[in-house]
Design a protein. Sequence first.
Length: 299
Amino acid sequence: MTIGLALGSGAARGWAHIGVISALNDHGIVPDIVCGTSIGALVGASYVSNNLEKLEEWVRSLTKFETAKFFAINMSLNGFVNKERLHYFLKKYVADDASAIEDIVAKKYASVATDLQTGSEIWLMTGSILEAVFASISLPGLFPAVKNDGKWLIDGGVVNPVPVSVCRALGADVVIAVTLNDDIVGKRPQNNLAIETQDVGVTGKISDLVTAYTASVFPATGNKEQAPSLFEAIAGSVNIMQDRITRSRMAGDPPDILLSPKLSHIGLLEFYRAGEAITEGEKCVQRMLPAIQHILGMP
């Protein structure tokens, strides 16, 4: 029996994929095909490249400040993510520049992206692993579009947030899908990121700038309700759209097993909350384990 694993989009909530994969492997459930969209493509690529443990160790160590450094205000206005810093991270914890999808041993891998000009769904199944990841995670407004084979590509979640169909096309008999936005309603803006400082002079001014910028990425909490930040509004809007697309596509092509970690308490850009997301990914597998084992014919 060929098992496919479809890892869905969902920004910071995608660290739950690490917990899902680890828990499945712990119970002897090892997918033969791994397909991912956006953050699912990133985690999936790290897994098939045998770097998942390194990735988990690093994301668990992420702080609010470290996360904020991935977002850079630039004059080109093609995205807010610091691509150079992201590239360094991907090379270290996902796959190096020389790694090709064709070189992956024992598993099939594909990422999903969207052709910005035509709206077509693009399956990246050959070529550079990093390029496939970069294309799939290019969330409109936050990441710049990626040029690949003459096409400008953006986040695959725009057309196929949970790539069940890709797993089936690559030969999966049973597809385990992970959707990250099933309980999307109910998340309230977090506002606990302001960093107080007593510094003065140049050090104080730099600290104040860092504080202000970090707060612009992650709005602070308080009793007074305030509008979402620009980053939250962009990511949230795209995520709502992706949730609706996921429901529509799964109605026509449902997976054999659907895993839905409870992640609404984690903000879309709260990448520093990896520990919580990973734990919930593991718990989700535990909740569904009897059904998974039954469908796979395991004792």
